[in-house]
Ligand binder design. Structure first.
Ligand code: SAH
Ligand code: SF4
Ligand code: F3S
Length: 445
């Protein structure tokens, strides 16, 4: 059968979708490019914010007429939204055209469920949380489907942090780490098939290994081992939790040549009162101290963050503290979000939810300030030469190539006939000018 996968959400979900594609390919199914051509449509959902949920639900709704035209069509809904309490039943009763609903723990069973459903036509729902199962190795399957030169590799799953605004721990379960030998052999295999950049994935990569009894691997050790793998040239990871990020890790990263000089440390708020309400486990001073350590050890490091505006009870003074914090730290970039109430989380029941209009205004003010800072820091790179890994032809300009610095900044530069290039090549690029979101340069020879 032919399958089509629509993915919403973060890199975890993107990687899960690749895993689903691998499993379906092994079961003899073939990918297709349009929902109209598909025998199986898989919707991999996200519920981190209401907007993500709305997009997924809108897409599910739009599939109704396809099912009416083709009663054999198998519609699968999976991912974080299906795993959330009560959602599977809601989806099942509201959208009769869905055939299979599975949560984030049941992906490996999908091929078998598809077979069962095709045979019986009986709807299947599986949102059981499974902790006793060996995590599947994404291994060789991944490399056949991923971009050739870059691959994502899960190192741990789930989250134990319960930040009060966040639904992820409820839909991804408790933290569990993959065995180091599985991760390392997967990356070796990827490297031998031509992968040069590996991106390690986890909701909190810094707590890697903490759940493994009698095994003293931690994230730093894992980085050391991966740094030794021949063929791998760059190592990235996301996401770090500032509370669990320490000097020892920064010192080790500083010594490992392949680990990129990019630190994504989501701060969420620059106000101690709000950080406490968010249950983030650090103060602004502690956070600043950690940034100080990074800048001292790796002066050219890029530092990025995530921020939420309009957390319940956030007043003007709290918000102004966040603005001041941004000015003090000077992040290279920030992903900024409007607080979205997630039922079942602690923050959903806090008093003084902020009106949408004020949240939007705050977001705009925050983004304006951050954009100025991003531009200022990017301008500092004009005149320098950066090692850039080529991604491919620029999305906006056919005569330009696009790539990334070790600090994860996007660099575009003119394509030259005399230069033969491949995605994944590392080349020196001289930076000529800077914009808020990217740098423009040229071959440095
Ligand atoms: N584990 C990662 C990613 C979590 S989701 C981490 O801890 O950073 C990515 C980002 O979404 C978070 O960093 C946070 O800024 C944002 N986010 C999570 N829940 C949210 C909510 N209810 N409303 C708005 N933004 C939210
Ligand atoms: Fe959500 Fe916090 Fe876990 Fe990140 S660390 S996934 S924000 S609960
Ligand atoms: Fe969304 Fe699930 Fe990722 S809720 S952000 S897809 S972990």
């Amino acid at each position: 059968m032919r399958y089509y996968i629509q993915t919403f959400g973060c890199q975890m979900n993107e990687n899960d979708s690749r895993h689903i594609a691998s499993l379906l390919a092994s079961a003899g199914h073939k990918p297709c490019l349009q929902t109209e051509e598909a025998d199986i449509i898989i919707v991999n959902t996200c519920c981190v914010r209401e907007s993500a949920e709305n997009r997924a639900v809108g897409f599910i709704g739009s599939l109704k007429h396809l099912k009416e035209n083709n009663p054999e069509l198998i519609i699968v809904v999976c991912g974080c939204m299906s795993q959330k309490d009560g959602n599977a039943n809601m989806l099942a009763s509201k959208y009769r055209h869905i055939g299979i609903i599975i949560g984030t723990f049941a992906i490996s069973f999908l091929p078998q469920y598809i077979e069962e459903y095709a045979a019986t036509g009986k709807r299947i729902i599986d949102i059981t949380e499974r902790y006793d199962m060996e995590e599947p190795s994404y291994g060789s399957l991944n490399s056949t489907i991923n971009e050739q030169y870059r691959a994502q590799v899960n190192i741990n799953f789930g989250c134990n942090n319960f930040c009060t605004y966040c639904i992820v721990p409820y839909v991804r379960g408790r933290e569990r780490s993959r065995k180091p030998e599985d991760i390392i052999s997967e990356i070796k295999q990827l490297a031998s098939s031509g992968v040069k950049e590996v991106q390690l994935l986890g909701q909190n990569v810094n707590s890697y290994g903490k759940d493994m009894n009698g095994n003293n691997w931690d994230f730093a050790q894992l980085l050391i081992a991966i740094n030794d793998i021949n063929g791998i040239e760059r190592i990235r990871y996301m996401t770090s939790h500032p509370r669990d990020f320490d000097q020892r890790l920064a010192e080790i990263i500083a010594k490992l040549p392949k680990v990129c000089s990019h630190f994504h440390l989501p701060v969420q708020s620059g106000c101690d009162r709000i950080l406490k309400l968010m249950n983030r486990g650090y103060t602004t001073d502690e956070y600043k101290q950690k940034i100080g350590i990074i800048r001292q050890l790796i002066p050219d490091a890029t530092i990025t963050t995530d921020l939420i505006v309009g957390f319940p009870g956030e007043n003007d003074n709290d918000f102004n503290q966040t603005l001041q914090f941004l000015q003090d730290i000077e992040f290279d970039a920030a992903y900024t979000f409007i607080y979205s109430k997630r039922s079942g989380t602690i923050a959903a029941d806090l008093p003084n939810h902020i009106p949408e209009q004020i949240k939007k205004e705050r977001l705009q003010i925050l983004m304006d300030i951050q954009n100025q800072i991003s531009l200022k820091l990017n301008r500092k790179l004009v005149g320098t030469t950066q090692e850039v890994m080529i991604d491919g032809i620029s999305k906006n300009r056919e005569d330009m190539l696009s790539g990334r610095t070790s600090g994860n900044k996007i660099v575009v530069f003119p394509l030259r006939e005399k230069n033969i290039w491949h995605p994944g090549d590392l080349i020196p690029i001289k930076i000529n000018s800077a914009q808020t979101w990217n740098l423009v340069g040229q071959y440095s020879d």
